[in-house]
Design a binder for this molecule. Structure first.
Ligand SMILES: *[C@@H]1O[C@H](CO)[C@@H](O)[C@H](O)[C@H]1NC(C)=O
Length: 355
């Protein structure tokens, strides 16, 4: 072959590789999904929430905890206000209340992401676990909730090499939890490469004092995590694979993969309804629009409910969809007795009635 022919062959091969990557990327980001509206009755925006409600969890007595003001590590910040934890009482309607943080804790760099509640059955103490990213780091903070004083008392900060890109957590003891890593690499350039060429190297880590280990791997990007009401199973959203993975908890925190359920959307946090065991997810219907976050062509929002997940025929239902005119970038959907709270990564939060 002449030199020109060799150059041509390489150019064609490179073009084919780039083309193939672009097609794979538009598939994994659902870039072609149309955004529509499938609204719920009696929705209103939650007053005062304007810099996100990335994660929400609701206690049995109707007190919702909201993590707000996330600056996703490695991306330019969406806002420059410090993150906050709010409560909203769904029974009395009081809130959102900005919780005061007490103890040796830097509130200026507070950057809350996934949250989880653990109630100590010995004395009823409520603990709030928060993924925190000060200066783009990944830490897990444990707070004691002093409900009558609208205060979080800082108990401890957990930092560990295995907890390197933590997205979400589920607490299973006063000092133990499972956490998801949404990337394998910590270097920004390698993180981008990992996104372009999904490696399925992300994992779930079990943490308890004196025992920290990676207990499940093979995720493209492990995002939301939660636990079944009987505490036997964990559910993890593999966001860029558009599926929910079911894992059974074995002895010593070890997990075994049971099954996967396709959801057709980029699902973020998972809430589990205690009475039914149903999974509720805030999802990104079009990830390409989320990455661009162009105000004139905003990313939409989608809420998906997953019923009978352990049966042969799980039911996946779209409960809510918006094209970005009402709320942008839904990341969590928390049901409570006929009410649904929908939170977003960096935008507003919505409260609706379920039909
Ligand atoms: C985190 O990283 C992003 C992207 O590199 C940067 O824009 C931002 O300023 C960093 N934030 C802090 C608090 O260092």
């Amino acid at each position: 072959m002449g030199k020109l022919a060799v150059v041509l062959v390489f150019a064609v091969a490179a073009a084919a590789l780039i083309g193939q990557r672009l097609i794979a990327l538009s598939h994994l980001s659902l870039a072609f999904r149309e955004l529509t509206q499938n609204h719920l009755p009696n929705c209103h925006l939650i007053k005062g929430i304007v810099t996100g409600a990335e994660d929400i969890t609701v206690l049995e007595d109707g007190l919702a905890f909201i993590s707000s003001g996330l600056k996703y590590p490695g991306l330019p910040p969406y806002s420059d206000v410090p993150g906050k934890i709010y409560t909203l009482d769904l029974l009395s309607g009081v809130g959102p209340v900005d919780l005061h943080i007490r103890g040796d804790f830097d509130t200026e760099s507070f950057n809350p992401h996934g949250i989880s509640i653990y109630i100590d059955d010995k004395d009823g103490t409520i603990y709030l676990f928060v993924v925190n990213h000060p200066q783009n780091n990944s830490l897990v903070e444990i707070f004691k909730v002093l409900e009558d004083e609208n205060t979080l008392e800082h108990v401890k900060t957990i930092k560990h090499a295995l907890l390197h890109n933590v997205n979400d957590i589920v607490a299973v003891g006063v000092e133990s939890f499972y956490a998801t890593n949404d990337h394998y690499f910590t270097n920004n350039m390698l993180k981008t490469l990992e996104f372009l060429f999904p490696l399925h190297w992300c994992d779930v880590v079990f943490y308890s004092p004196g025992a920290v280990k990676s207990v499940a791997g093979g995720f493209a990007s492990a995002n939301g995590i939660n636990i079944s009401p009987d505490k036997r199973y964990l559910y993890v959203s593999d966001v860029t694979d558009h599926k929910i993975v079911v894992l059974e908890i074995q002895k010593d925190g070890v997990l075994s993969r049971v099954k996967e359920v396709a959801v057709g959307s980029l699902c973020d946090n998972i809430e589990v309804e205690s009475e039914t065991g149903d999974l509720w997810m805030g999802c990104h219907p079009n990830g390409a629009k989320l990455l661009r976050s162009d105000p004139s062509d905003p990313p939409g929002s989608e809420v998906i409910r997953l019923q009978n997940i352990h049966s042969e025929e799980p039911v996946v239902t779209q409960v809510y969809m918006d094209d970005g005119r009402v709320i942008i970038g839904s990341s969590v959907a928390a049901p409570y007795r006929g009410t649904l709270l929908i939170g977003t990564v960096y935008h507003k939060a919505l409260q609706c009635d379920l039909k």
